[in-house]
Design a protein around this ligand. Structure first.
Ligand SMILES: *Cc1c(COP(=O)(O)O)cnc(C)c1O
Length: 352
């Protein structure tokens, strides 16, 4: 029943996040979380921030955190915007830069939050079919658009494009904003941040949720020309000036500053990914070349839903979409080595 609901939410089709089971009995390979804990320095910074100052509002500018990101990326602090998870940053960006009269374009198979945002904010979108190998339909994303959204590496395929492709999109769409969602960039792709200086229409969005093992803290950020950053601040301050709390600002800053721990974590995930890819291919799976912390795979004789359900019975959660072009595919988050071994053993029972 939707009595009392506004017209806007009566017709909304919200995003459905992956399952977060209440009991810990599952091997959880369904939401692309990091299998390792955050840096000990992050936990220490959070403990330090849990003090009487919580009676005070947090810094609405998130200055110390933005400085840490700006330092790491070689940007000015005025080129960085932080908020409560990159989902929120993306929601602000769709509102800040896209207008209802022109279509926002993105690939047909990509992060399923983008069409939710365009619908909810009353925008039009054009979802461009993928090439048969799931690579991005680059030419179709060039020109006559109201904006472009590119997830790189893409989700849920894990396929990354080079900066030549990003630059092609920026040049072909000079009068609109090109958002590059780099939620997974730290697992082996090239970031578009070095292009910010040259392209005033580029907004790069990243998150602490995946490569910095902080999905539970809810911190994301955008990087771009100061003009774009000001646009994001305008949306934020029209809704909620204090999106990032004191604990999150302190923890995320410590995560950005512990570069060594971050590098080791990413390396471990990539090594496990490359090993698991090889084994699953030997078992007959088609596994796309992933530059992310997950694999996108299918099997010639077993359906996606069939594998999803059978894995669940064996205590392993993975992600599946009923969307026809990918209905026979599964997205499997890279877990610890022993979790991937359990996945591979379960798959062996299922496919032979
Ligand atoms: C996980 C993810 C996000 C959201 O990350 P949060 O910072 O946790 O909100 C954004 N984009 C893509 C493609 C993701 O996979």
């Amino acid at each position: 029943m939707k009595e009392f609901w506004s017209g806007r939410i009566r017709n909304a089709a919200p995003y459905v996040p992956g399952e977060q089971p209440r009991e810990g009995k599952y091997i959880k390979l369904n939401t692309n979380e990091c299998p390792y804990p955050p840096s000990p320095r992050v936990l220490e910074a959070i403990r330090q921030a849990a003090n009487g100052d919580l009676r005070l509002y947090p810094d609405p500018e998130c200055l110390a955190l933005r400085q840490a990101i700006a330092r790491r990326e070689g940007l000015g602090v005025e080129q960085v915007f932080c908020s409560n998870g990159s989902d929120e940053v993306l929601a602000f960006a769709f509102q800040a830069f896209f207008d209802p009269d022109r279509e926002v374009v993105f690939p047909r198979i990509t992060y399923s939050f983008y069409p939710v945002y365009t619908d909810y904010f009353g925008l039009k979108c054009r979802r461009v079919p993928m090439n048969p190998d799931f690579s991005d339909p680059v030419e179709e994303l060039c020109g006559h658009n109201g904006g472009v959204v590119l997830c790189n590496p893409n989700a849920p395929t894990g396929i990354a494009v080079g900066l030549d492709v990003v630059e092609r999109l920026l040049r072909a769409n000079p009068d609109v904003v090109v958002i590059v969602d780099e939620a997974y960039v730290d697992f082996g792709a090239n970031s578009a941040v070095p292009l910010i200086e040259q392209y005033p229409n580029l907004l790069v969005v990243q998150t602490a949720s995946k490569s910095r093992a902080l999905a539970g803290l809810r911190v994301g950020w955008a990087m771009g020309n100061e003009n774009l950053i000001n646009g994001l601040c305008c949306v934020r301050d029209s809704i909620n000036s204090y999106t990032l709390d004191r604990i999150a600002q302190a923890g995320a800053r410590a995560a950005i500053e512990d570069e060594a721990y971050f590098q080791i974590n990413c390396r471990k995930v990539m090594d496990t990914r490359d090993w698991a890819t090889k084994v699953l291919k030997e078992m007959g799976f088609t596994v796309l070349d992933s530059k992310a912390n997950f694999l996108f795979l299918s099997h010639p004789t077993r359906g996606g839903k069939e594998l999803l359900d059978a894995l669940r019975t064996r205590g392993i959660l993975v992600r599946w979409w009923s969307d026809p072009p990918i209905a026979d595919w599964l997205r499997v988050t890279i877990g610890r080595d022993e979790e991937m071994t359990a996945l591979i053993q379960a798959m062996q029972e299922l496919v032979c």
